[in-house]
Design a protein around this ligand. Structure first.
Ligand code: SAM
Length: 254
């Protein structure tokens, strides 16, 4: 393209994405903080508030990477009174073992690996094709993941399959800005600054070019909502955060 970006062909996307995250796994958390100036933490906090888990939730954190959503979920539960000591669980899935390894270390450091009320399982899985039986979970989250996956429709139908009736689907993803001035600033930042920062910190220019391009190509809020409905989910809604820089899409298996 005009910017010299390479478009990743569908057939190569899974491998390319794998390499991207393999290369950045050790820098992933620091890069998120640097590039978003810490804002991703606020988005993720809002995301968990929106999920509002109760004790007894069995969450599948899909494309869960190094565990950011999982840890927030566990902390949310810790801060919710649990007089009957009802147990919850979370299964963190990612296609990339390197990301999961970094996540496990973080869980140990945070003292979350041995939580008595919420068990945590790390599992290498492809979100397009899980090994779990149907109706295994009561909630499904995917944060900054679906955009990276070759067949988003397969991800959605798998989410539907593994959720129990009444289960909640919640997705946090970069989306499309609804404010002209902010869009301009965001474009400058994405095209001029992000790849340079990515290169300086991780030595990976291409990985961060890929990031910017994948955000542009991801469906608009309404179109993504339609896709979620097509997968079978009901009461599908979305919420824009930061003028649509990211959006939270929600749906129920009813
Ligand atoms: N959810 C985490 C967070 O919010 O920090 C990680 C997000 S990270 C940007 C995207 C993750 O998606 C990576 O860890 C990558 O390995 C994973 N991923 C990519 N393709 C996948 C697939 N087909 N199945 C499962 N995970 C996948």
């Amino acid at each position: 393209t005009h910017f010299g970006f390479q478009t990743i062909k569908e057939s190569e996307k899974t491998n390319e994405v794998y390499t991207v995250f393999e290369n950045v796994a050790n820098y992933y958390d620091i890069m998120n903080d640097t590039m978003s100036m810490g804002i991703h933490r606020i988005w993720k906090d809002i995301f968990i508030q929106e999920l509002g888990p109760t004790h007894g939730t069995h969450l599948l954190d899909s494309a869960g990477g190094t565990g950011d959503i999982t840890f927030r979920y566990m902390n949310f539960l810790k801060n919710t009174p649990n007089p009957q000591a009802i147990r919850s669980s979370v299964t963190v899935c990612d296609i990339n073992q390197h990301m999961l390894d970094v996540g496990k270390e973080r869980a140990n450091r945070l003292g979350l690996s041995q939580d008595t009320n919420c068990s945590i399982t790390w599992k290498q899985e492809n979100a397009e094709n899980f090994s779990f039986p149907e109706e295994s979970f009561t909630a499904y989250t995917i944060a900054f993941g679906i955009r990276n996956i070759t067949y988003a429709d397969k991800v959605l139908s798998e989410a539907y399959r593994v959720l129990q009736p009444g289960g909640r689907f919640l997705c946090l993803e970069f989306s499309h800005i609804n404010n002209g001035a902010l869009q301009w600033l965001y474009d400058q930042y994405s095209f001029q600054i992000i790849p340079v920062m990515g290169h300086l910190i991780t030595g990976q220019w291409k990985a961060y070019q890929y990031l910017v391009e994948s955000i542009r190509r991801f469906p608009k809020q309404e179109d993504f909502k339609d896709m979620i409905q097509t997968a079978g989910f009901r009461n599908v809604t979305y919420k824009n955060l930061t003028y649509g820089m990211v959006a939270i899409h929600s749906g129920f298996k009813l």
